[in-house]
Design a protein around this ligand. Structure first.
Ligand code: SF4
Length: 196
């Protein structure tokens, strides 16, 4: 039976020589594409709230009972966070919100954050599923999106695998199309892009 090359790679046993060769080649490609330059990532959340997507591995999941009330950062607090990150050496900032947080408000804060960052610092979104119309993250200065179909998606989470994939396609069209994207085969399917 024919299958796509990516799925063939995922089917390799983790401890066989072929897997190590794939990892070595991925490492070589990564260094070649990045020119050997490392990115130092820092992430912050614009809101601290219980999330009803209930991903069992996530501290924000309502069911885990860690966050009982909702609190949102002000744009000034968000700017203070990212300036601190840059001062500490970060050159890529991930801005996260829980899935139910107001998306328009997220974009407003992102605009302020982007204006305060050095031009060379990369801003990456980490948000819930979005429609094609809403996935307009590039317009406010995002260079990429972190989004994934996680292990046991739909079993350990209240989210739909198909919706996750659709969101990845939407982000691809609205944010990443002109940029470089990477697929990572740690048994998740992830889409990442860092370049403007
Ligand atoms: S959707 Fe995101 S924030 Fe919400 S529970 Fe899942 S991982 Fe956590």
């Amino acid at each position: 039976m024919m299958c796509c090359p990516e799925l063939s790679l995922l089917a390799l046993p983790p401890d066989c020589i072929e897997s190590y060769r794939v990892m070595a080649e991925a490492n070589r490609l990564c260094k070649e594409l990045s020119g050997g330059k490392a990115e130092i990532h820092a992430q912050f959340a614009v809101n601290l709230s219980p999330c009803n997507c209930e991903c069992l591995f996530c501290s924000f999941a309502h069911i885990n009972g860690i966050f009982k009330e909702s609190r949102e950062l002000s744009p000034e607090d968000a700017v203070a966070h990212v300036r601190r990150f840059e001062a500490d050496g970060a050159n890529a900032v991930f801005m996260m919100s829980t899935a139910q947080n107001a998306f328009d408000r997220y974009l407003e804060i992102a605009q302020e954050v982007r204006k305060s960052l050095k031009p060379e610092t990369v801003l990456i979104a980490n948000v819930g599923d979005q429609s094609l119309q809403k996935a307009r993250l590039k317009d406010v200065g995002f260079s990429g999106v972190y989004h994934a179909v996680r292990l046991r998606e739909g079993i350990d989470t209240n989210l739909s695998v198909e919706k996750r994939k659709e969101s990845i396609r939407n982000f691809w069209k609205r944010v990443l199309k002109s940029a470089r994207a990477y697929s990572q085969s740690d048994r998740n399917i992830q889409t990442k892009s860092w370049r403007r």
